[in-house]
Design a protein around this ligand. Structure first.
Ligand SMILES: CC(C)(COP(=O)(O)OP(=O)(O)OC[C@H]1O[C@@H](n2cnc3c(N)ncnc32)[C@H](O)[C@@H]1OP(=O)(O)O)[C@@H](O)C(=O)NCCC(=O)NCCS
Length: 252
């Protein structure tokens, strides 16, 4: 387990590298209007068939801290394209989650609608084929000028920026990724948005931040509105939750 560190706040253009580790029953600091709390749960091995139960439990544990209720009593609903939301939150609380090999990130925001996407940096996607299908022509042309290792990084940077944006609006990704445009980025700075879908205008209302909850991962949060501090927490809950999900799966 990582020792406690000062809770960092994000500056534009910076990764959030330090994080505070909270025990399962510790209460996070209050979530002020416009703030974002990110919860990072490094995954233990979770069997695919129990993964949904595991992620649902992580989400409930994360959100119950803010609602002041038990995880099991939280109630959720879905928008038409599947974006989940919390019924009965005492304050305007929004959340979004992203799951990948080795970890789950849950973003919690107050007075903001938020999207998050995380990817492993060692993923080796078929960059040009995917870009031709899902990216804007100028983005694809920009990628084609790069050597393959740089193109891979630039692709993952763009993908996380686009997918987090689609998750903030709730449209889903198919048919929408190319309606979001971002400046080419090889290194992993905060995404610079160049196009937004008409329904998401104006472009200037959007803010994107790149965060790195652990070595080898890159994530983006996308919000429309005035973004305050971003705080990143890691929790020790994942192993206990995984064991619980495994037992539940065996007794089902
Ligand atoms: C959900 C989606 C945006 C991202 O999926 P992904 O990259 O596989 O997965 P991630 O781990 O990053 O995110 C998954 C989580 O995002 C959330 N999510 C699901 N749909 C969402 C949406 N439309 N917008 C925002 N978030 C969504 C959920 O919490 C989901 O977790 P769950 O599957 O346990 O419920 C993608 O699968 C998608 O575009 N789905 C479209 C669904 C759709 O169009 N449905 C139409 C029904 S008529």
């Amino acid at each position: 387990m990582v020792g406690k560190k000062n809770v960092p706040t994000a500056q534009p253009g910076c990764y959030i590298q330090a994080m505070q580790t909270l025990m399962c029953n510790e209460i996070p600091p209050p979530l002020a209007s416009g703030e974002v709390h990110l919860w990072w749960y490094p995954s233990p091995a979770v069997a695919p068939r129990t993964r949904r139960v595991y992620i649902d439990a992580l989400l409930r544990i994360s959100l119950a801290r803010y609602v002041g209720t038990t995880p099991q009593s939280l109630r959720f609903a879905r928008e038409t394209r599947g974006r989940p939301w919390l019924i009965d939150a005492a304050m305007p609380l929004d959340f979004n989650l992203s799951d990948t090999d080795g970890g789950t990130i849950i973003a919690v925001a107050r007075d903001l609608r938020i999207g998050v996407d995380i990817e492993r940096l060692d993923r080796q996607p078929r960059v040009m084929a995917l870009a031709q299908r899902y990216f804007r022509p100028e983005e694809t042309a920009g990628l084609s000028e790069l050597p393959s290792d740089q193109a891979q990084h630039a692709f993952l940077n763009a993908w996380t920026a686009k997918e987090s944006s689609c998750k903030a609006t709730g449209t889903g990704i198919y048919g929408w990724l190319d309606q979001w445009g971002f400046a080419r980025d090889i290194g992993g700075a905060d995404p610079q948005v160049t196009y937004v879908p008409e329904a998401a205008a104006p472009l200037t209302a959007w803010q994107h931040r790149r965060v790195s909850p652990a070595d080898g991962y890159t994530a983006v949060i996308a919000v429309k509105g005035v973004l305050g501090d971003i705080k990143l927490f890691a929790s020790d809950a994942a192993h206990a939750v995984a064991a619980w999900a495994h037992r539940r799966g065996q007794s089902a």
